[in-house]
Design a protein around this ligand. Structure first.
Ligand code: FE2
Length: 254
């Protein structure tokens, strides 16, 4: 569906929630709502009815808006990978397809940050919602799962089409950029990415969304074989998993 739109709604201090809609009907989908009032304002402004609430993982900064939204839109269908405030939900897991009146999402299990974490992929419209698994130039912290699980989850995302437009859960890009500048020698890819990020931040006050193909070239957490990291990895004789473990530990203490 060509006219599908994604409106980015700032939430809390650095979270993003995503409202998906189109011009031909009044249906809409929200991903990871944290603050219901802000979202309801945008829905009303655009004369939309909230029909679907999609959750990537159980953390409160991705779910705390659900109850408030249900008060205003009690018929909304909830899709979540784990139980939510004792509500009736459609429990989603790897391979599940969410069919909405606007589009269809393929669900990928992406554990590591949390055990229940999923990514949501609309392959027809090239939209990918990654919650806290992947960030621009970084990835989520490993809270509940293992480094191996997180590495495998990022590999699943690495294997998706370059054309995907990626929407992640937080605006952490500048800090992630500083970390990469600290760790790797200056290189053209990082310098060009920095220019693009600073331009995005100046124009839109956000660095989201980004294109998966670009990220595969500039994010060593996502792609340990990217050019920026190859020399470092070779000189330390790291496997991809060892390199990911090294990066994640360094970033946790940065
Ligand atoms: Fe999270």
């Amino acid at each position: 569906m060509k006219d599908i739109k994604v409106e980015i709604i700032n939430q809390l201090s650095d979270n993003y929630s995503y409202l998906i809609f189109n011009n031909s009907n009044s249906s809409s989908i929200i991903v990871d709502p944290a603050e219901d009032k802000k979202i309801i304002q945008v829905l009303k402004k655009n004369k939309l009815k909230l029909e679907y609430i999609l959750i990537t993982h159980h953390h409160h900064d991705h779910t705390s808006g659900v109850l408030g939204l249900l008060k205003e839109y009690p018929d909304a269908n909830i899709y979540s990978p784990s139980e939510l405030f004792s509500l009736t939900i459609n429990k989603i897991a790897d391979g599940y397809k969410i069919k909405t009146s606007l589009n269809e999402f393929q669900v990928f299990s992406t554990p590591g940050h949390t055990l229940d974490h999923v990514a949501l992929c609309d392959t027809k419209n090239n939209l990918l919602f990654v919650g806290d698994v992947l960030f621009r130039l970084g990835c989520g912290r490993v809270f509940e799962g293992t480094i191996e699980q997180m590495h495998n989850s990022l590999n699943k995302i690495l294997n998706l089409s370059d054309d995907m437009t990626v929407y992640c859960g937080h605006e952490y890009t500048l800090n992630n950029l500083k970390f990469l500048e600290h760790l790797f020698v200056q290189n053209d890819i990082l310098a060009n990415t920095k220019k693009q990020i600073l331009r995005d931040l100046k124009l839109k006050n956000k660095s989201i969304p980004f294109i998966l193909g670009d990220e595969k070239k500039s994010n060593p957490f996502l792609n340990p074989e990217c050019e920026m990291a190859s020399e470092f990895k070779k000189s330390n004789n790291y496997s991809n998993l060892e390199f990911f473990r090294y990066l994640r530990e360094k970033k946790d203490n940065f």
